[in-house]
Design a binder for this molecule. Structure first.
Ligand code: ATP
Length: 250
């Protein structure tokens, strides 16, 4: 088991977000965190990565409670990409290389440079290596930050709406790359998403949040029309197309 979450509870000073959040993520898992706008998906990811301090509960990565890990140790275990990323005055290559920071002792090693090059090529960003982030499109910037998280070689990737700025081709490419990396390196990924059909292509586990609690968690069996209507207040049917479930709003 990579991640184990028990009794997680969070509230902003102004209002309550969630409580009683219990789930775990195993090696090879791609977990989609789903739910309506404002339900707490980003907040949940931030609590799992110590960006926010939960009010209660425990988050363990490989049995270690994250509050006991140093920042460097946490960065070796978790690669996190926030929902909004800024395009800074830094080259694409340097930004992705920064993902190696937790491993760099004194100087950048040939291995760090090789990993950076490999990740850039995997995401087809090789031609952009010397471009500045603040001169890229929103989708290109999004891919660079995902590349940086991959360069970290974490045990757990946490991506907040990683496909929100991407065109159809890039959406499919990025989720396929994440799925492949998860499988090949036996790590895990937690991804927040709004597109249910993309989530169905990507994930083997689904966590549906509603009104501050987990409404359902599990495999494909939880993605029923009843559960989806309950969470999103939209009636849907699920059809099979070439053996793939497709959610169709009515
Ligand atoms: N810094 C903050 N201070 C106070 N309330 C906040 C803060 N950030 C978010 N919230 C509130 O907390 C709740 C959860 O927000 P969060 O961003 O986690 O939702 P989400 O499910 O990721 O939404 P979306 O799908 O729209 O991105 C929302 O009601 C939001 O208004």
């Amino acid at each position: 088991m990579i991640l184990h979450v028990r009794g997680l509870e969070f509230r902003y000073p102004s209002h309550f977000v969630f409580q009683d959040i219990d789930f775990s993520v195993d090696q090879g898992d791609c977990l989609a965190v789903l739910g309506t706008n404002g339900v707490g998906k980003s907040t949940l990811l931030k609590c799992l990565n110590r960006v926010l301090k939960p009010r209660g509960g425990a988050v363990c990565i490989h049995q270690d409670e994250i509050s006991h890990l140093s920042r460097v140790e946490l960065a070796k275990r978790v690669g996190y990409v926030a929902q909004k990323q800024e395009g800074t005055r830094c080259t694409v290559f340097d930004t992705v290389l920064m993902g190696r920071k937790p491993y760099i002792k004194w100087d950048v090693s040939p291995g760090d440079l090789e990993i950076t090059r490999r990740v850039l090529n995997t995401l087809e960003l090789g031609d952009y290596a010397l471009r500045y982030l603040d001169e890229l499109s929103g989708g290109e910037v999004q891919k660079v930050w995902i590349a940086r998280a991959l360069a970290q070689e974490p045990d757990l990737l946490m991506l907040d709406e990683p496909t929100s700025n991407l065109d159809l081709k890039n959406q499919l490419e990025v989720i396929n790359i994440i799925k492949t990396v998860v499988k090949k390196q036996q790590i895990a990924a937690i991804v927040t998403m709004h597109d249910l059909n993309l989530a169905l292509r990507f994930a083997n586990k689904f966590l549906l949040l509603k009104e501050g609690k987990i409404f359902a968690i599990g495999g494909l069996e939880v993605m029923t029309p009843e559960n989806i209507e309950n969470v999103y207040s939209v009636p849907v049917v699920i059809r099979k197309y070439q053996d793939r479930p497709v959610v169709v709003p009515l």
